[in-house]
Design a protein around this ligand. Structure first.
Ligand code: 3PG
Length: 383
C-alpha cells in the first residue's frame, strides 16, 4: 500500500511561531563504557531542523526512546545541550506537570522529555497515553523514520489526537525509498542478516516485482537447509516454512561459495558436516560485482557475514562495488551503514537510509504504522 504522504510535509515553519511543536525524534544512540555517546550521527542529522524551528520561534517538545533497559535519556540530553543550548531536559513523567512546563516555554526554546519507553503504555500504543502526549504540543511532527515501524504511542498513537506532519528527515526517506519500492530494472536487492522470518515478505515481494534478490548472511542457511543442501554447523533459524515456489524462484540468488570459520573457502554445495559458514566467498563477490554493474537499481540491507564476529569481507566488497557503479544505490541497516562508514563510502550512494527494520518493513509494504497514522490524521480532518 502506498500512502498519500506528500501533502503531510511540514513546510511552513514561520506559522509555528509561538506554537508548541511535539517532535518524535530517534536519538537512540550507542553509549560507551564511560557513559558517553559513541556514535552521535542520529542526533547530528536532526540539528539543522531544530535550529530552523528555534529561529522561527517555535516551542519544541522532543520525544525519543533510548536503549532497551529503561535507561534515562540524561546522557543524550547532555550531548544535545552542548550543541543546542536552547534545549533542556525535563525528567518528569507526570504528563499534567509537563503540560504546564510546555506552556511556560519561551519562543525558540525546547525541552527533551524522558525516555518515552518509561511511560506505561508506550509500547502497547495505549490511547490514553497517546492522548496525554498529544496535550504537550499544538502540532506533532514525526521526524523519526527509523522507529516508524513501531506501533507505539509516541509514533502511531499521537497523530490520532492532533494536527500531524512529517519532518524533513522523514520526507527524505519517503522520497528515496518510494523510488526503491518501484525500482528501475534490471534491479537487484541484496539482503543479509539473520531471521529470515522478518524478511520473507520483502524478498517475495521483490521477486514478484521481477527483481533479482541475493540472500546472504545466516538467512541463506535456512534456504539451503530447506533445499536439502548440507550447511554443517552454520547458524540457521529453522522456524519459518519456505514454499517450493519461493525456494525455486528463478530470480532468487544465493552465494556460490562461502568462507568457513577455519578460513577455508568452499563451494556452497560442498560445506563439510563440521564446517561453519561465516561469510560469502570471493567468487560470490565477483559475481555480485557483475550483477551490480548490470543493474539500474541496487538496494542493500543487512550484513552478508557474521558481523558481530568481524566477518565483514563479503559486505565490504559488495558495498565497494555498489559505491563505484552507475546505477541508483540504496543502503540501510545499522551494520551495513557502519561498514560503509568505516570504508568512508557513505557519500557514494544515492541514498543511505537511517532505518534498519523500518527500511525493510517500508520496502515490504509501502507504508509503516507511524507513516499511516500521520497520513490518516490528515484524512480525518486535523488540518
Ligand atoms: C533502531 O535502533 O533500529 C531504532 O531506534 C528502533 O529501535 P527499536 O528496535 O528499539 O524499536
Amino acid at each position: 500500500m502506498e500512502e498519500n504522504w506528500k501533502t503531510c510535509a511540514l513546510t511552513d515553519y514561520a506559522a509555528l511561531k509561538g506554537k508548541r511543536v511535539l517532535i518524535r525524534v530517534d536519538w537512540n544512540m550507542p553509549v560507551n563504557e564511560k557513559g558517553e555517546i559513541s556514535d552521535t550521527s542520529r542526533a547530528d542529522v536532526t540539528f539543522d531542523f531544530l535550529k530552523k524551528l528555534s529561529f522561527a520561534g517555535a516551542k519544541m517538545v522532543l520525544m525519543t526512546h533510548f536503549g532497551d533497559k529503561g535507561e534515562s535519556v540524561s546522557p543524550i540530553a547532555t550531548y544535545i545541550k552542548q550543541h543546542l543550548p536552547f534545549i533542556t531536559f525535563t525528567p518528569s513523567l507526570d504528563l499534567e506537570e509537563l503540560e504546564k512546563v510546555t506552556r511556560e516555554l519561551k519562543e525558540g526554546d525546547g525541552m527533551l522529555l524522558e525516555n518515552v519507553r518509561l511511560w506505561k503504555g508506550e509500547e502497547d500504543n495505549l490511547p490514553s497515553l497517546a492522548r496525554g502526549f498529544a496535550t504537550l504540543g499544538d502540532v506533532y511532527v514525526n521526524n523519526a523514520f527509523s522507529v516508524s515501524h513501531r506501533e507505539h504511542a509516541s509514533v502511531a498513537g499521537v497523530p490520532n489526537y492532533t494536527l500531524s506532519y512529517f519532518g524533513p528527515l522523514l520526507m527524505r526517506e519517503l522520497e528515496h525509498l518510494t523510488s526503491a519500492l518501484s525500482p528501475e530494472k534490471p534491479a537487484l536487492l541484496i539482503i543479509g542478516g539473520a531471521k529470515i522470518k522478518t524478511k520473507l515478505n520483502l524478498i517475495q515481494n521483490y521477486l514478484d516485482k521481477g527483481v533479482t534478490v541475493f540472500v546472504g548472511g545466516a538467512m541463506v542457511h535456512d534456504i539451503w537447509k530447506a533445499k536439502g543442501i548440507e550447511i554443517g554447523q552454520s547458524l540457521f533459524d529453522g522456524t519459518t516454512p519456505l514454499s517450493e515456489r519461493f525456494l525455486n524462484h528463478p530470480l532468487l540468488m544465493t552465494p556460490i561459495d562461502v568462507t568457513l570459520e577455519n578460513g577455508n573457502t568452499v563451494l556452497s554445495t560442498a560445506i563439510p558436516k563440521d564446517g561453519k559458514v561465516m561469510d560469502c566467498g570471493p567468487q560470490t563477490a565477483t559475481l555480485l560485482q557483475q550483477k551490480i554493474d548490470e543493474s539500474k537499481t541496487i538496494i542493500a540491507n543487512g550484513p552478508l557475514g557474521l558481523y558481530e564476529k568481524g566477518w565483514l569481507k563479503g559486505t565490504e566488497e559488495v558495498l565497494g562495488s555498489m559505491a563505484h557503479t552507475k546505477g541508483q544505490t540504496y543502503i540501510g541497516g545499522g551494520d551495513t551503514v557502519a561498514v560503509a562508514h568505516s570504508l568512508k563510502l557513505l557519500q557514494e550512494f544515492t541514498f543511505v537510509s537511517l532505518g534498519g527494520g523500518a527500511m525493510l518493513d517500508f520496502l515490504a509494504s509501502g507504508t509503516l504504522p507511524g507513516i499511516h497514522a500521520v497520513t490518516e490524521s490528515k484524512r480525518a480532518g486535523y488540518r
